[in-house]
Structure formats: structure tokens, C-alpha cells
Design a protein around this ligand. Structure first.
Ligand code: SF4
Length: 720
């Protein structure tokens, strides 16, 4: 692997603005900020005329590297179909027409009032996004609870890593993605990466793995596909989709049998090991090989590699996006605990957050069951604290609402919301069983979408509000390390565009909401600090000035003279007794197994050039040129059996829908499994197929495995 592979060089992807909007007055010279996309939050300088992006070398996460998406991020500011005026339908079935901000906001307030008067506060729902700044996520949660007084709020981060969050809370009492600064990875003797293809999803991350390898470290990758990340591994375990939990239990069984369990650590720092020990007895190697397809010698080799001094076990979406996602992550945490890793210098268990502010977005009140500071909404003390900051009676705060998929599935039903306000999300493409979600959205009485373009979801809205983008706004983001960073405004938003904070403030005023509704991110952050004080995710010691001076501050940080917490758990875990908790978990397979009608596993994921629902990246020419179309990746032997050849249009069908995509043959995938990226809408939409079976704890859907059948698409492209 070379430097350009991991994004050091722009090549022909210069990031130069090519859109048609007038970029306005000269921006100041380059402003240091961060990438709009993933949780690595690469540092970049943004500025010039036309606006360009260059990487920052002072940010440890990327240290001078960017991927294609980062290099071209400036083009997003001036995409030709950028919205610069609100749009509204005069009535059901009428087209979206430009209108004034007052007309749009008055209409929203009137419809909210009308529907809540008829059906109660929960008639209006709110759906947020894991890309929103901490300030916006905080304000959106507050808006739902005290302006709308609805319990019906959740966000697309529920689809991203909520299973890891649930498992982290279960084991350690705290959900912080990485337990160490990212630069610690280079010193690890062994890294076990489960279900993460960082070479494609966050390429500059690879430099940390390359440094680790150069220092003599080893990498184990668990993935059903031999991805570009797996190709860098010293050992690649390629299990059947949906069997990671059994693999983790099998590795723990071997660690027990071969005497690798750190008994001193288990006795001093953990509880519940005996209950796990009993369960693990049933995961003898031959049985685990039968379940997972991973050869016993490979499992033995993995366990041996995990017994070195500094070891990190990391999971990502491949382990988490399952109906048993929380238990799957728990199984890997059990393995880490048995080996004595969490809370040991340079070692531990961590989860790789996906979305730009996936970490911060889930800490400050967008989740259905949470208040700011990672507080539980059904905890009386938490309600009293947050209500005092907001200046309201705790009695008016609603209780927990529905999780993301359950909220979407209830839209327009007798018991669900009749209206939805949606910020920073495109569920028509990104939600599982998307055809049905589309129908639920169409059944709403009233839909409001704030976005920078007419996404596939926004085209269905009654009111569309043009909102500012990353380089046009200020705030904070919390990256995958748990480091709170400053997003700085580099350019003004185009005329006619408003920030989400301005939109929420205007709506709160029209709804006569109590409390303060500042449009200044710095003021909102001050309020967030107070609201989070004393919570698990305590930001009260973090200030904009400290972030600037220190290059970011790790939470928890409970006082301004507190150094922040780059390595939590060195002394104690965040549980009441300070011990980490083992929890016994059993393999139970995929929610939908293959059968005679649907004989092949489908797994979904991302590609290098695109991000999430593609609403941003599908508008950027160099990224479209790099990856123009949806596709299905399958093994040549499977293709041969099905009469499918390279480049052929293939009809992929599951019990929930169908998609037509081009065949890509590769021997890097299992014979029984196909892969589809989920960035596209229409007939190539992977989420038309996916299974919304939910994890019972995290309520995360099973994006990573379902049963499908494939056949040549004789009738061309047609969506069912
Ligand atoms: Fe870095 Fe992620 Fe942005 Fe790529 S998309 S430049 S990896 S933050």
C-alpha cells in the first residue's frame, strides 16, 4: 500500500469548486476545520476563491491525509441543485414551489399546532442525524422535548453503532468509541478488527495500521469479504455472515482451554466471569468451525496473536448491524476482558464510529431514551437536572419514544406521528426495508425536511427548508476517539440559506416554547456544557478556547482544570462498583437464514467514493466518475451456477423487495454471500432488500445479513 492509496495525494481530485452559484465575497484565507463526512473527522483547511480543501497535518487522525471524499468536499458547497429558498406545497398533490421563510415557518407552526391539537403532542415526530454538530443535536433534542413536547424523536445514528453503544454501556458503564487516542494504534502488538473496512470507509485511518505494521505489529481482520483492509491483514478470518458472535465465543473458549485468561485481572477488575465460563464451554473449536466456516487452525492462530502485550479489539458495523448486534459486541468485549485488555495501557476494546458526529450525536439528546450528557430520560434526577438548565418543570418533559426504525414504521398510522420534522437524514435511501418506509413517509399528513438539496426524502416533503452546510457553520464535533473538535465557519452560507439553529429558534418562537433559543453555536455549547454536567458524557469542562488551544479535548471532562480523558478505565470502569461486567451471550444466527427460495446471504456496506445515502457524494462529479452505479459483488462460481456474467444486470430479490444492479465478479467474497453498497436510490437501492429485524437492546436493524436470490434481469432495470 502506498501513500496515495490512503489519500495523501489529490491526483486530479483538487476539490476546486465547479458549481454554478456565485461563491460570494472572498472568504478569509484558509480556515482550519474538519471534513463533513465520517467520524475520523480529518482536519482540513478550507478557503480561497474558488473554495478549495487542503489537508491539515496538525490533526492526529489524518496527519496530512484525506480520502477522495475529503478532497472533493468543497464541491458540495456549490452543487448545481443547491437549495437557496424554502419550498412548499400549497396542498396535497401540488408541486413544491418557492416561498418565503416566513411563509414556510408559519405553515410549519400552524400544521404542528393543528395536528397536536387533534391528536396530542406525539402527533409530531422528529428525526435527526449523526452528522449534526453537538450544538444542533442538543438543540434538536431540546426542541422536541420542550417546544413540541413530543416523545417521538430519534435519529439515523441508531442505524450506525447503537449496538456497540449498548454493549459498551452494559460492560463498562460508558459508551466511548475508542478507549485510546488513535495514535496509540501504532504501538499495538496486535489489532483485531471485526467487520470494518477502513481502507474504503476512512482511508487515512490506514496510516495508523501501516505504522503499526512497520513497528512489528500484527493485524487480524474478521470479514466475510476479502476487502482492501483484509488484504493488509496478517490473518483474515472469513466467517459466514451472522456468525461473529459464535466466533468470539469460540476464541474465548480457546483462550480458556489454552490458559490465556488473565485470572488476576478478572478477579480484580471484573464481575460475572463464572456465568460466561459456563456458556463458553459449549463453543468447542470444531463446533465453532461448523457454525462460522472459520478453520480451527486460524482460530488458534488468532488467539495466540491476541496474547501479546498491547492488544486492541475493535468492532465496526459488520459486528453491530445485526439483530444480535449488542450480544455480538458483548462477546468480543468478554474476550477482551478475559484477556485483561480494557483499562490496560495501550490495550482495550473499542468501536469504530461511522458517521461524522456519530459519537457526539448520541450523547446529547437526539436518542429516544436520552437527555443531554448521556442521561436516561426516565431517570428522575436526570430529568430534574436538565429541566433546570432549560428553565422548565421536569413534569413537562416527555418520556422515552420509539427507536428510529420503529418511529419510521409508525408514521401515518393510527398510533404514530402524523407529521415529521427531519434534519440531516435521508431515510428513503438509508432505512431498512426502505420501500415500506417510503410508504409510511408518503402516508404522513405533513413532512418537513431541512437539507441542502432535494434528497429522495425531501422530494416527498410538504415544506423544504434550505440549510447551511459544514463549511458554512460553526460548532463542535466529537470524533471516533471521543475527542471534541471545533468545526469552524470557512465561508458564509449562500443568500437565502439558514442554519439549523436559526430554523429551530424561529420555530420555537412561533410555538411559544419556553427557554432560550440562541442561534449562536457558542452560546448553545455553553448551555450544553451545563446540561451535560454530572452526566456520563460530561462536557462541562470543555470550552471552545480549550479545544482551540489543545487541538481537541477528550470527554468526559468535568471541570475546566480537568485534562480530559483520552484513556478511560485505567483506574476503574464507569459502573457503580468500578468493575467491568461480563455478560453471557449465545449464538442465535441471523434473523433470516437462507433457504430454498432465498439461498444466498446478502451483506451491505459502503464504497470508497460514497458516503451513507449518497445525497452528498452522488452530486460530486469526481466521486460519481469513480463509482457511478450500484452493483452486486458475487463469487465467479456462484455467478456461473446462476448464469450471471460480469457486467450483467442482475435482479436481486428478498422477501421485502427487489433491486436491479450490475454484476461484479470477484473471488474475494464467500461462495454463499453477495455484497451490495447502500448509497443509491431507485432500482439499485440495497435497502429495498434489507431486513428490519431489530436488536432487542439497541433497536438497531439487521442491515448486515438477509436472504436473497439472484437471477439475470431479463427485463432490464425495473423496481418492484
Ligand atoms: Fe477523512 Fe472520513 Fe473525510 Fe475521508 S470522509 S477525508 S476519511 S473524515
Amino acid at each position: 500500500m502506498t501513500a496515495s492509496d490512503i489519500g495523501d495525494a489529490p491526483g486530479d481530485l483538487t476539490g476546486t469548486v465547479t458549481g454554478t452559484l456565485d461563491p460570494g465575497p472572498d472568504p478569509p484565507s484558509a480556515t482550519p476545520t474538519h471534513c463533513p463526512y465520517c467520524a475520523l473527522q480529518c482536519g482540513m483547511n478550507v478557503g480561497g476563491r474558488p473554495v478549495t480543501v487542503t489537508p491539515r497535518s496538525d490533526v492526529p487522525a489524518n496527519a496530512g491525509g484525506l480520502c477522495q471524499k475529503g478532497w472533493t468536499a468543497a464541491e458540495m458547497l456549490t452543487v448545481p441543485d443547491r437549495l437557496t429558498t424554502p419550498l412548499m406545497r400549497a396542498h396535497l398533490g401540488a408541486p413544491l414551489e418557492p416561498c418565503s421563510w416566513d411563509e414556510a415557518l408559519d405553515r410549519i407552526a400552524a400544521e404542528v399546532g393543528r395536528l397536536q391539537e387533534m391528536y396530542g403532542p406525539d402527533a409530531v415526530g422528529v428525526f435527526g442525524g449523526g452528522g449534526l454538530t453537538n450544538e444542533k443535536a442538543y438543540q434538536l433534542g431540546k426542541f422536541a422535548r420542550i417546544a413540541l413536547r413530543t416523545s417521538q424523536i430519534d435519529y439515523n445514528g441508531r442505524f450506525c453503532m447503537s449496538s456497540a453503544a449498548a454493549a459498551l454501556n452494559r460492560a463498562f458503564g460508558m459508551d466511548r468509541g475508542l478507549p485510546v487516542p488513535i495514535t496509540d494504534l501504532a504501538q499495538a502488538d496486535t489489532i483485531l478488527l471485526v467487520g470494518g473496512n477502513v481502507a474504503e470507509t476512512m482511508p487515512p485511518f490506514m496510516r495508523h495500521l501501516i505504522d503499526q505494521k512497520a513497528a512489528g505489529g500484527s493485524l487480524i481482520v474478521v470479514d466475510p469479504r476479502r476487502t482492501s483492509t483484509a488484504r493488509q491483514a496478517d490473518l483474515h478470518l472469513q466467517p459466514t455472515p451472522g456468525t461473529d458472535l459464535a466466533l468470539a465465543n469460540g476464541l474465548l473458549h480457546l483462550a480458556l482451554v489454552e490458559g490465556y485468561v488473565d485470572e488476576g485481572y478478572v478477579a480484580e477488575r471484573t464481575s460475572g466471569f463464572d456465568t460466561v465460563h459456563t456458556v463458553i464451554n459449549a463453543y468447542w473449536p470444531d463446533r465453532v468451525e461448523r457454525i462460522t466456516g472459520v478453520p480451527v487452525p486460524h482460530m488458534r492462530e488468532a488467539v495466540r496473536m491476541l496474547t501479546r502485550d498491547r492488544v486492541l479489539i475493535l468492532t465496526a458495523r459488520g459486528a453491530e448491524q445485526h439483530a444480535a448486534g449488542t450480544d455480538t459486541v458483548t462477546a468480543f468485549i468478554n474476550l477482551a476482558l478475559a484477556l485483561g485488555l480494557p483499562g490496560r495501557e495501550g490495550s482495550g476494546y473499542g468501536c469504530l464510529t461511522g458517521q461524522g458526529n456519530g459519537q457526539g450525536g448520541r450523547e446529547h439528546g437526539q436518542k429516544a431514551d436520552q437527555l443531554p450528557g448521556y442521561r436516561k430520560i426516565d431517570d428522575p434526577a436526570a430529568r430534574a437536572h436538565v429541566a433546570a438548565v432549560w428553565g422548565v418543570d421536569p413534569q413537562i418533559l416527555p418520556g422515552p419514544g420509539r427507536s428510529a426504525y420503529e418511529l419510521l414504521a409508525a408514521l401515518g398510522t393510527d398510533t404514530g406521528p402524523r407529521a415529521l420534522l427531519l434534519f440531516g437524514s435521508n431515510p428513503v435511501v438509508s432505512a431498512p426495508r426502505a420501500r415500506s418506509v417510503e410508504e409510511r413517509i408518503n402516508a404522513l399528513d405533513f413532512l418537513v425536511v431541512a437539507d441542502f438539496v432535494l434528497s429522495e426524502t425531501a422530494t416527498r416533503a410538504d415544506v423544504v427548508l434550505p440549510s447551511a452546510q459544514w463549511a458554512e457553520e460553526s460548532g463542535t464535533m466529537t470524533n471516533l476517539e471521543g475527542r471534541v473538535l471545533r468545526r469552524r465557519q470557512a465561508v458564509p452560507p449562500p443568500d437565502g440559506v439558514r442554519t439549523d439553529l436559526e430554523i429551530l429558534s424561529e420555530l420555537a418562537g412561533r410555538l411559544s416554547a419556553p427557554g432560550r433559543w440562541s442561534t449562536d453555536p457558542a452560546e448553545v455549547f455553553e448551555e450544553l456544557r451545563a446540561a451535560s454536567a454530572g452526566g456520563v458524557a460530561d462536557y462541562s469542562g470543555i470550552t471552545y478556547e480549550r479545544i482551540e488551544a489543545e487541538g481537541g479535548v477528550f470527554w468526559p471532562c468535568p471541570a475546566e482544570d480537568h485534562p480530559g480523558t483520552p484513556r478511560p478505565f485505567l483506574d476503574r470502569f464507569a459502573t457503580p462498583d468500578g468493575r467491568a461486567r461480563f455478560t453471557p451471550v449465545e449464538h442465535r444466527g441471523a434473523a433470516e437464514e437462507v433457504d430454498a427460495d432465498y439461498p444466498v446471504y446478502l451483506t451491505t456496506g459502503r464504497v470508497l467514493a460514497h458516503y451513507q445515502s449518497g445525497a452528498q457524494t452522488r452530486r460530486i462529479d469526481p466521486l460519481v466518475a469513480a463509482s457511478p452505479d450500484p452493483f452486486v459483488e458475487l463469487h465467479p462460481d456462484l455467478a456461473d451456477r446462476l448464469g450471471i456474467t460480469e457486467g450483467m444486470d442482475v435482479l436481486v430479490t428478498s422477501r421485502r423487495g427487489a433491486a436491479v444492479v450490475r454484476a461484479r465478479l470477484t473471488d474475494t467474497i464467500r461462495h454463499d454471500t453477495v455484497f451490495m453498497p447502500f448509497h443509491w436510490a431507485g432500482s439499485g437501492r440495497a435497502n429495498s432488500l434489507t431486513n428490519p429485524a431489530l436488536d432487542p437492546v439497541s433497536r438497531m436493524p439487521e442491515f448486515k445479513v438477509c436472504a436473497v436470490r439472484l437471477e439475470p434481469a431479463l427485463d432490464g432495470v425495473s423496481e418492484r
